[in-house]
Ligand binder design. Structure first.
Ligand code: ADP
Ligand code: ADP
Ligand code: ZN
Length: 219
């Protein structure tokens, strides 16, 4: 299974990708997580990306395309993958097609998680993750069962992203509409695009997604 999860910042891509990777035995590839790891490591790429990310803009296609090419070569991608946050521009989508074609592979399905801009600001402003295992939470919409304790690993330290603030959200949404939404017709033309209502609650979105993906597994 080779899936692309598309949608604006805060749509629920990461939340759903984590659930789907457990269910289907494929890996989540989050380019945002990969870039944040480069920033933390203080690598060359990280140094170039940090300010761009904090301003809510997109990191250059060149960097992202090289990063993704290296990632999908790795053995853990053989059973399949879920791309979360890539492609985000038309040149990235074209490079991905070329990359996969050269390996005689192709994307099976592209799912757009549709969420209104108004709901995204609250999702992003309330987002946090477990420092130890990366499990995602929300101040209102996805609280741990025991306050302050990660459901998955029992960790008690949590982190918030530097770009998850109300000031940067506007720039990130503008980047989505101007640079990422134009890739939807690219996949619609290939007959691969499906829509899921991302305004529904987290479990309901998972039910809709798995109904779509089960058709791929059964095929
Ligand atoms: P993305 O990866 O698309 O940026 P996330 O999966 O990180 O989005 O979700 C953003 C925030 O919104 C997280 O704090 C998450 O817990 C919460 N969230 C995700 N899906 C939903 C949903 N369907 N309803 C309400 N909150 C959600
Ligand atoms: P979100 O969860 O809000 O959708 P991500 O974690 O996917 O955000 O990405 C965070 C930031 O990393 C983006 O705002 C952008 O600066 C950078 N980034 C991630 N993926 C890409 C990409 N494919 N192309 C360009 N920049 C990217
Ligand atoms: Zn944890």
């Amino acid at each position: 299974m080779k899936l692309i999860l598309l949608g604006p910042p805060g749509a629920g891509k990461g939340t759903q990708a984590k659930r789907l990777q457990d269910r289907y035995g494929v890996v989540q590839i989050s380019t945002g997580d990969m870039l944040r790891a480069e920033v933390s490591a203080g690598s060359e790429v990280g140094l170039q990306a940090k300010a761009v990310m904090e301003a809510g803009q997109l990191v250059s296609d060149d960097i992202l395309i090289r990063m993704l090419a290296g990632r999908i070569e790795r053995a853990d991608c053989a059973p399949g993958f879920i791309l979360d946050g890539f492609p985000r521009t038309v040149p990235q989508a074209q490079a991905l097609d070329a990359m996969l074609t050269s390996k005689s592979m192709q994307i099976d399905m592209v799912v757009e998680l549709k969420v209104d801009d108004a709901a995204l600001t609250d999702r992003i402003a309330g987002r946090y993750t477990c420092k130890a295992c990366g499990a995602g939470y929300h101040d209102e919409f996805q609280k741990p069962v025991i306050a302050g304790v990660c459901d998955k690993c029992g960790g008690t330290a949590f982190v918030r992203r530097a770009d998850d603030n109300r000031e940067t959200v506007g720039a990130r949404l503008a980047a989505y509409h101007a640079q990422t939404a134009p890739i939807l017709p690219h996949y619609a033309a290939q007959g691969k695009l499906r829509e899921v209502d991302g305004m529904a609650d987290i479990d309901a979105v998972t039910v809709e997604l798995t109904a779509l993906l089960d058709t791929l597994v059964a095929a």
